[in-house]
Ligand binder design. Sequence first.
Ligand SMILES: Nc1ncnc2c1ncn2[C@@H]1O[C@H](COP(=O)(O)OP(=O)(O)O)[C@@H](O)[C@H]1O
Ligand SMILES: [Mg+2]
Length: 236
Amino acid sequence: MNNIPDIEFRQVRYSYADGYEALRGISFAIGHGEKVALLGSNGAGKSTLLLHTNGLLLPSAGEVVACGMPVEEKTLREVRRRVGMVFQNPDDQLFMPTVEEDVAFGPLNMGLSAEETELRIAEAMRAVGAEGLRKRSPMQLSGGQKRAVALATVLSMRPGILVLDEPTANLDGRTRRTLMATIEGLRTTCVIATHDLDMARALCPRAIVVDEGRMVADGPTAEIMRRPDVLELLGY
Ligand SMILES: Nc1ncnc2c1ncn2[C@@H]1O[C@H](COP(=O)(O)OP(=O)(O)O)[C@@H](O)[C@H]1O
Ligand SMILES: [Mg+2]
């Protein structure tokens, strides 16, 4: 055990090319094994923040540190090996002819052997309850199946830190519960951007709330969800 945070943001600011400042001074530290919900209304900056955790976006000012490494050009490969990102839209994650090739892509890219890759595929498909989909074409899956497979493509790399952008959006009740059980069973650190307050309460002891690129709350989820200003912000 050590006390280096898994993810740390230090006064992070980010402006898009059109000049819009989507992050306006974000600071927090997430320790190993924590599960943290990232809450906020549409356009608050959740996706922009998540994209900074593995260097898909680099700050305009301030610093992101993952497992003690500053996230910058020369650490990207190592950072991305540790921080696995599941995008909001699974179509952004799935591009091979078959599911198993998509799930194998990360491990093979990391230089793992065919045998180890096969183990990783089996493990990841089992974790998301999608063993039956291995030979299918990702393009032909249902929305919920795509979500599960997109998660498997990231789990196969065994990231220590898992970042999920609205994983339960548009899922039916049963598929949503299956996905929640999968996430609950993971021992990795998780950061989950979501509008699904029930999931946040069920899975994440801690929540961070953002509004217009600023943090308005960071603390125990149950306490934060009793705050009138937060409920108002989230539309309750
Ligand atoms: N590529 C982009 N160019 C300019 N502005 C963007 C871009 N992507 C997002 N934004 C703006 O940044 C803000 C935060 O967006 P986003 O991080 O997607 O919010 P959330 O995920 O919380 O809905 C919004 O105002 C959005 O319009
Ligand atoms: Mg978003």
